[in-house]
Design a protein around this ligand. Structure first.
Ligand code: SF4
Ligand code: SF4
Ligand code: SF4
Length: 323
């Protein structure tokens, strides 16, 4: 007997609701038992809450360009905080990492020189990704009209917002099951620019490659993501330098060169470990604060803004000194 789409939709809703419920219980459980994961758990919670918020923002306020401007402006104060705590694609990558850890598969680290080269190459990749729409999209004349500019029809810029795509979206997704529209970051763009014949193949290829890549290398897409790089470019503007940016600070005297910060960093930042002291933030740091959470010496690593400490490392190796 064929199962109707209505039943599949209902089952999917139940699976999503129960997964969220179980994840919530798991988060509370780990929060109570493991103090070294509290920042990470808080981050996952904020990421999920942001995902729900983004879904509703896209439902009631689909003005792509305005959303993009708000996100870009926020980085003047927060740096890449968006990447570590809010970005939905970042959350999906972190969930893949959690899954990999749960089945005890070790991640691959990119060789440091390659990671640094990729860093430099980001600008070329950024230019190429932004250029794609101009070469491949059929130019819609209305795209260039100012009135529609702010109404979200500036299709060429939506590629920058690819990472914001929730898995369930309010408008037409790539897969529709009983009223639920499923999607995945960039897939709609990939399909749009692939033409009718290659749309499904390229969409699927992108999905498989990014999932597999992230399974092997933590936060792989973040190493060359165009939106992430936009944040970096904004923070390079001299005029914004007077603004107290959220950053990582290291105390040279307290650092024992244990190397934990280097090992736990999802984007393989080495400067926190290598630099002597002071502001150790770099452009590939996504402000996840995993290094602050895991640095085992009190006050050695801190997240600061405007001279104020927002987060600080603790002596978690010695329970009696934990605070
Ligand atoms: S770099 Fe891109 S994909 Fe990664 S978290 Fe930032 S915006 Fe999201
Ligand atoms: S984890 Fe802390 S103590 Fe260890 S190398 Fe990094 S900054 Fe230094
Ligand atoms: S340097 Fe620290 S805060 Fe930055 S990405 Fe790495 S672990 Fe996260």
């Amino acid at each position: 007997m064929l199962v109707s789409m209505e039943v599949i939709g209902e089952i999917l809703r139940w699976i999503i609701a129960s997964t969220l419920f179980i994840a919530g219980l798991l988060i509370i459980h780990i929060w109570i038992r493991d103090k070294t994961r509290r920042i990470s758990l808080l981050r996952v919670f904020v990421q999920f809450a942001s995902l729900v918020a983004i879904y509703f923002i896209l439902t009631i306020f689909p003005w792509i360009l305005v959303i993009l401007i708000v996100i870009l402006v926020s980085t003047i104060f927060l740096g890449r905080f968006f990447c570590g705590w809010i970005c939905p694609f970042g959350l999906y990558m972190d969930l893949v990492t959690i899954f990999r850890k749960s089945i005890k598969v070790r991640y691959l680290s990119l060789p440091n020189r390659f990671n640094k080269a990729l860093n430099k190459l980001r600008y070329a990749i950024f230019a190429a990704i932004l250029a794609i729409p101009f070469f491949l999209a059929p130019l819609h004349s209305q795209s260039w009209q100012l009135a529609l500019f702010f109404a979200g029809s500036f299709k060429h810029l939506t590629i920058l917002l690819g990472p914001l795509e929730p898995l369930i979206i309010p408008d037409t997704g790539v897969l529709v099951i009983e009223g639920l529209n499923f999607s995945y970051p960039y897939v709609r763009d990939v399909m749009f620019y692939s033409g009718e014949f290659f749309a499904v193949i390229n969409g699927l290829l992108f999905l498989i490659l990014t999932l597999l890549g992230t399974f092997l290398v933590r936060r792989l897409w973040c190493r060359f993501c165009p939106l992430g790089l936009s944040f970096v470019i904004i923070n390079r503007v001299r005029g914004f330098r007077w603004i107290p940016l959220l950053h990582l600070d290291k105390s040279e005297e307290k650092c024992t060169k244990c190397g934990i910060c280097k090992r736990v960093c999802p984007t393989q930042v080495t400067e926190v470990y290598e630099n002597r002291g002071g502001n150790v933030s770099t452009s590939i740091c996504i402000h996840c604060f995993r290094c602050v959470e895991m640095c085992p010496y009190k006050g050695c690593l801190t997240a600061k803004t405007g001279g104020k400490t927002v987060l600080s490392s603790r002596n978690w190796l010695e329970p009696s000194k934990t605070n």
